[in-house]
Design a protein around this ligand. Sequence first.
Ligand SMILES: [Zn+2]
Length: 314
Amino acid sequence: MATTPFIKKTLGLETAEPAVTPPPHNNAEKVLKKPKLAGGRKRDIPEGLWNKCPKCSTLLYDKDLDANRKVCIRCGYHFPISARERINSLVETCSFEEMDANMTSVDALQFTGVTSYSNKLESYQKSTGLKDAVITGIGRLADYRLALGVMDFSFLGGSMGSVVGEKLTRLIEAATDKGLPLVIISTSGGARMYEGMFSLMQMAKTSGALAYHARKKLPYVSVLTHPTTAGVMASYASLGDLIIAEPGAMIGFAGPRVIKDTTQAELPPGFQTAEFLLDHGLIDMIVPRNEMKAVLCNVLDYLGVDRKRLAALG
Ligand SMILES: [Zn+2]
């Protein structure tokens, strides 16, 4: 077979049986390459391994993004992060004792819209692995024992129902009893309308508990993440001795579209962003997620938390 092309070449222009001769070199290469491509490497890449940054459009590898606490490596955009991931990024390993982990809402109003409230609760519990939109507990951040509450937007938009309010109130009361500093990291679309008045009552209840905490001269640091709005912003989220926000977080009571439609006025650029609110004095600091732990340590130190006394309590 190898001799056939050799013969053909020596014959020059004579093309008597071209069809049966082996294909030219270019085609031969293609034939050889084909089995390599047949494996389809592209198809082997599982979906969801890459994330596109909504701000700078960079494609980010999941592992790199996780290693950077879900902050874009290129532009610093803060992706949403779950409550558990956030707790892990702040407290020392195995130091977090969760409180009221199994508390769940009841459908007191028998609320039914497109689907019933109880169905919604069930499906969100399944999809998030959470019982409700907040995780509370006592843990250690560097040398500091503190009461920590972290909200999760992926559970019904981080809405504040009776469970969120009750868990936070119990956390605040535990902090008051034990003489601990308190940190609450908020993200919320507001009060949970499926629970009607019961959700609105949580605003007064949490604020009341915070007043008792403050009377004992214990520090409370409120951390606002994207987005923190409505009933949560109008209660415990804005009552911190110090209010910290993550860069670019949307913070406000009503959303900008609602305000614009109601007032019929042009809103200033950057309205309701953390940066705008810092300029206007509503918040005290903007701290990137990767620096949050170090800054919280400094802040607790600044607010006069006695490490030794807390260590003795722990
Ligand atoms: Zn980016």
